[in-house]
Design a protein around this ligand. Structure first.
Ligand code: SF4
Length: 223
């Protein structure tokens, strides 16, 4: 059986690219908002939306919940799909209020953080507009829970390296990565960040730059 090489990939990426310092965000709530806003857009657009929220002093659960849906949509317009995302933020705020007993202060995320991972993940997945990637991003980067994030870059890397066929679903891909790594928040955090950085710089959708990539030596048939 082929040995799962993901730990070696992680070491090679970290050695070549250095630590990522993820996820940018001043509070767990800001990180969670970023995880929702980054759906279907690039991070530069999310930063503009976050800056607008910050300028409007709307980057806390209480303040954001006081905004009308139209006002919230207007502030996050740079992130694209702004009406849909405003509704998703609204669903997330409703969820936070229900979980934290309507105490929608800055500690609401802390309340979530004290819950057990499997049940909390289920609850997040039940929030409209939060899929597995967003849920795992919130769990890992906002709440420091060991929930490995799979995204398009991760799937592409796994497929190109023969670790998973193209149609592999989210949870099977997650298993491939978590079965090769110790369950460790810092390591999951860094591993996902490194994969995204490698994906952006080398493992592009078309014309991957394998010759320059820190993982080029691991490709089947590489010298
Ligand atoms: S660019 Fe090539 S070597 Fe790098 S991760 Fe993608 S497929 Fe692998």
């Amino acid at each position: 059986m082929k040995l799962n090489p993901i730990r070696k990939y992680y070491d090679a990426l970290l050695h070549a690219l250095g630590p990522s310092g993820w996820w940018p965000g001043e509070t767990p709530f800001e990180v969670a908002v970023g995880a929702i806003l980054t759906q279907n857009t690039n991070w530069g657009n999310v930063e503009k939306a976050i800056a607008a929220l910050r300028a409007a002093r709307a980057l806390s659960p209480e303040a954001m919940r006081r905004l009308t849906p139209e006002a919230l949509a207007g502030l996050i317009r740079p992130a694209g799909y702004f009406r849909v995302k405003a509704a998703r933020l609204g669903h997330f705020l409703d969820f936070l209020a229900a979980e934290a007993g309507d105490a929608l202060d800055d500690l609401a995320l802390g309340y979530l953080g004290r819950q057990e991972l499997p049940r909390l993940r289920e609850k997040l997945l039940a929030v409209r507009g939060i899929g597995p990637e967003t849920a795992d991003s919130i769990l890992l980067y906002a709440l420091a829970k060991p929930s490995f994030v799979i995204d398009a870059y991760t799937a592409r890397l796994a497929q190109r390296h023969g670790l998973a066929p193209e149609e592999t679903n989210y949870h099977d891909l997650q298993d491939i990565f978590t079965s090769a790594l110790p369950e460790d928040v810092a390591l999951y955090n860094e591993c996902h960040a490194l994969i995204v950085r490698a994906g952006k710089e080398f493992c592009k959708k078309s014309r991957p730059r394998c010759g320059d990539c820190p993982l080029g030596a691991f490709l089947e048939g590489a010298a």
